[in-house]
Design a protein around this ligand. Structure first.
Ligand SMILES: [Zn+2]
Length: 485
């Protein structure tokens, strides 16, 4: 059997997080709302109404085009009608873009664990409206029009992806980028990021593009991986059995982990596209483009790389810290406010701050433990004023109580008991009061030393260095209660 490779292209639909829909003033995000509450004559497709394009949809889409280094952001692009009938599409057509999309060309880099970054070329990027949602319930079909007119960006890749794992990695990078840019929540479970995969196979080493099938609307990254793997396997078996691949549209059933044939694929001619007569062309002049460009932040991969160069962080740290934009800014702000070593700060952020963020379900920008306070905590731990353990508790306390670290150290008496004379006199009291345990120690049971250390740690509420305490007790017990004085 020859060796095959898979040839995969992805079409993603990205829900932009604008306040209102693409052609009317209705609320765009209906996730928590009842069916059919965010609708008006325009998005419900009543006859005689006129759509108006939401400027913010164009701005967010152009920002994405810039972030994927689009080769050509068209100065004039057109909206187009895509005609088809579906119960949840009340107008009988969808307003999309066709021959003149918003942008062409571009690329998304997928960093790879093997060090060989993959480049996935983007063919085109356009804006369009979403259709409604059909819900199957108790043998009935119910239609919710809330989603009609919700703004989407469709982004289509070239057939550059060679494995199901790379397809998953592409989506992870895309999701990171969309959240970073702040243009979409990109939650696949909520349909804010949807993926169709075009899959074909060829004998390894060949350049041909063979007949592809399309797997529609896969709703999680894990399902994308599983669906593509299943389809590649089916295509290989089909070809090996001497049959031909047909251009089917397939649906993934996540419960049974199988693909089912939905229909033979429509051709583009079936949609009878034409320019939308109710809307003006989209003009993006130089001035507007520059304005959008000026709001483009440093991108995640660039920042990740910079963190390794500027702060000497391992790539693992840099990747975690730049997973999310506000976390990366939080880390960098802390470094700038602190005299401490960036790697030490990275450890605190990756472990303690990240845990706090997950527990509280907020972003780093929403913490009461601002970078200045984290820098303060790290500083007083490093100086020995408080123990590392106390520092970890203090961090949670600052967040909960909204007081500064130094206020809390003062208020709650958290400072470390580091004065050896104080510790020695506390240890002598414990030895005097516990003759039975002393006798046990003398009888050769040295492990009871831990019990003595525990008593003192309890007395100081953990605010002493256990190693120093241990050596004090050792000396005390070995010298018959006399500390060599
Ligand atoms: Zn509306």
């Amino acid at each position: 059997m020859p060796e095959y490779e898979s040839v995969i292209g992805l079409e993603t639909h990205i829900q932009l997080n604008t306040r209102s829909k693409i052609f009317c003033g209705c609320k765009a995000d209906s996730w928590e709302d009842d069916p059919n509450v965010n609708i008006c004559p325009i998005c419900a497709g009543l006859p005689g109404v006129l759509p108006t394009l939401n400027k913010s949809v164009v701005e967010k889409a152009v920002l994405l085009a810039l972030a994927v280094q689009a080769d050509n952001i068209l100065p004039i692009s057109y909206l187009a009608r895509k005609n088809y009938f579906y119960p949840d599409l009340p107008k009988g057509y969808q307003i999309s873009q066709y021959a003149e999309p918003l942008a062409r060309g571009g690329r998304l880099i997928i960093p790879s664990a093997d060090g060989e970054d993959r480049v996935v070329n983007i063919e085109k990027l356009h804006i369009e409206e979403d259709a409604g949602k059909t819900v199957h319930q108790n043998g009935k079909r119910l239609i919710d029009f809330n989603r009609c007119g919700v703004p989407l960006v469709e982004m289509v890749t070239a057939p550059d992806i060679r494995s199901a794992d790379d397809a998953a990695a592409y989506l992870i990078q895309l999701r990171r980028l969309l959240r970073w840019l702040g243009i979409s929540e990109a939650d696949m479970e909520r349909g804010q990021l949807r993926c169709d995969a075009n899959v074909s196979i060829r004998i390894l080493g060949e350049d041909s593009l063979n007949t592809k099938t399309e797997i529609k609307n896969i709703n999680s990254i894990e399902n994308v991986r599983a669906a593509i793997k299943t389809e590649v396997k089916r295509q290989i078996q089909t070809v090996e059995a001497g049959q031909t691949i047909e251009a089917w549209t397939l649906g993934w059933d996540e419960d049974t982990e199988t693909l089912r044939k939905m229909r033979s694929k429509e051709t583009e001619a079936d949609y009878r596209y034409f320019r939308e007569p109710d809307l003006l062309p989209i003009r993006i002049d130089e001035e507007w483009l520059l304005e959008i460009k000026s709001s483009l932040p440093e991108l995640p991969l660039a920042r990740q790389k910079r963190f390794t160069l500027d702060y000497g962080l391992p790539d693992y740290d840099a990747a975690i810290l730049t997973e999310e934009r506000s976390l990366s800014s939080y880390f960098e702000a802390t470094v700038k406010l602190s005299a401490g070593d960036p790697k030490t700060i990275s450890n605190w952020v990756m472990n303690d701050v990240l845990r706090l963020i997950k527990e509280k379900k907020i972003s780093a920008g929403g913490l009461r433990l601002i970078p200045k306070y984290l820098a303060e905590i790290i500083e007083i731990v490093e100086s020995g004023m408080i123990t590392r353990g106390t520092g970890k508790e203090l961090l949670v306390n600052v967040e909960d109580k909204g007081k500064t670290p130094l206020e809390l150290v003062e208020l709650e008496g958290l400072a470390q008991v580091s004065d050896e004379e104080t510790l020695k006199s506390m240890a002598m009291t414990i030895v005097d009061q516990n003759p039975k345990q002393v006798a046990t120690y003398k009888a050769g049971k040295a492990t009871i030393l831990g019990w003595f250390v525990g008593q003192l740690m309890r007395a100081t509420k953990g605010r002493a260095d256990a190693k120093i305490v241990q050596s004090i007790f050792q000396e005390l017990l070995d010298n018959d209660g006399d500390l060599g004085s």
